[in-house]
Write a protein that binds this ligand. Structure first.
Ligand SMILES: [Zn+2]
Ligand SMILES: [Zn+2]
Length: 69
């Protein structure tokens, strides 16, 4: 019953975060820059707040590096 847009697109929960709409890879820490990216590119498709709310906890958090808890 997941409505997470990243899950729907089959984006892994590990590694760099990728935009589910265009595949843009976020090079920084986790989702750094997603708000500016989303608002400039996909705000017309879906408001950023809705997109963020749709994400499951696994996708919302920044990927842990080197097994850090
Ligand atoms: Zn997800
Ligand atoms: Zn995008």
């Amino acid at each position: 019953m997941s409505t997470c847009r990243c899950c729907k697109k089959g984006i892994p929960t590990t590694g760099a975060r990728k935009c589910p709409e265009c595949g843009h890879e976020f090079k920084g820490n986790g989702w750094d820059g997603i708000d500016a990216h989303w608002r400039s590119k996909h705000e017309s498709v879906l408001p950023y707040e809705k997109f963020w709310e749709s994400l499951c906890p696994e996708h919302r958090r920044a990927p842990s590096k080197r097994g850090r808890p």
